[in-house]
Design a protein around this ligand. Sequence first.
Ligand SMILES: Cc1ncc(COP(=O)(O)O)c(C=O)c1O
Length: 383
Amino acid sequence: MNWTFADRVERVEPSATLAISNAAAELEADGIDVVDLSVGEPDFPTPENVVEAGKRAIDEGYTGYAPSDGIPELKEAIAEKFDDDGLDYATDEIIVTPGGKQALFETFMALLDEGDEVVLLDPAWVSYEAMAKMAGADIERVDLSPHEFQLEPALDELAATVSDDTDFLVTNSPSNPSGAVFSDAALEGVRDLAVDHDFAALADEIYQRIAYTDETPTSLGSLDGMDDRTVTLNGFSKAYSMTGWRLGYVGMPRPLREQASKIQSHSVSCATHFVQRAGVEALRNTEHAVAEMRSAFRERRDMLLDLFADHGKEVPFPDGAFYMMLPVDEDDQAWCEGAIEEAHVATVPGSAFGTPGYARLSYAASEQRLREGVDRLVEHGYL
Ligand SMILES: Cc1ncc(COP(=O)(O)O)c(C=O)c1O
């Protein structure tokens, strides 16, 4: 068979983190202990009451198809959660998806055509670029690395990048991979540009519950002028340690939701019914568990920043999520390959996120493993 493939898949590469996890898996298969700081998932179990709610839902027979865009009880709980964030999405402006990634995919596919313009803020999570490319869109990028990954000092550059041709701008705060939380002034700057040039914005708030700021980070869609042009992405994977349950949600203005939900109904059909029931419990009754995870992440962040400072490394301050960007050699790919092969510490090259010269470290690992990782990097001359 002489296969020819669609341009949309030829345009994208497999996930950059895959090469790292393959290398880690090969070493581990040879019996080598790898300190894996490349992972994008919390290392805590899903809260017990959520697990119980999921089991109960199976026992009660919620094992069939669910309504395509989500069960009413969960959409109601999500609308209330959005309302707490100052976001005014009605239940018919919400889609419950099997993971936040699916919600993003539906958004990009519903909104963007060949040649449309998407603006990304680097470092940007790997899948935005892949999804934009699959939609055929052109990508413009603004580099936040000269500004310690903050958006506010880069607003002039952003203003020079966007135009009336811009269709969509992606923000992600707290950020994967930098951990940066954007200031209110930065978000207001985005708002002014979006309104002036009449483009839509995505606010990926999947790490919103893992922020160490005094106040919950502001939601872009809550700003004046943004409610009818903001897609707000959130989900259960990170906040409630539910990566494998595959449950996410998105709020979007009604006209866009009508289009995006066609993609959901003709592709994945719906998020798993009993998982959605567990999702209601997660949204309503996990305040304590979330606070515990957040404070554990914060302690680890502080510990790592201190350890790196002891070795003369200043890391741009991460105020959320469970990642930080460690400044490394210019050839970050070679640094990461060396770190895994020699020190047996797995990290992700910053170039995968559009910012070479850094390695992304995840601190979703115990303090003991984090210390071990730093010791190994020091021992092998990587710090
Ligand atoms: C920035 C960001 N957005 C969205 C997602 C999607 O997460 P999920 O599909 O597990 O909900 C992730 C997961 O790594 C992420 O890091």
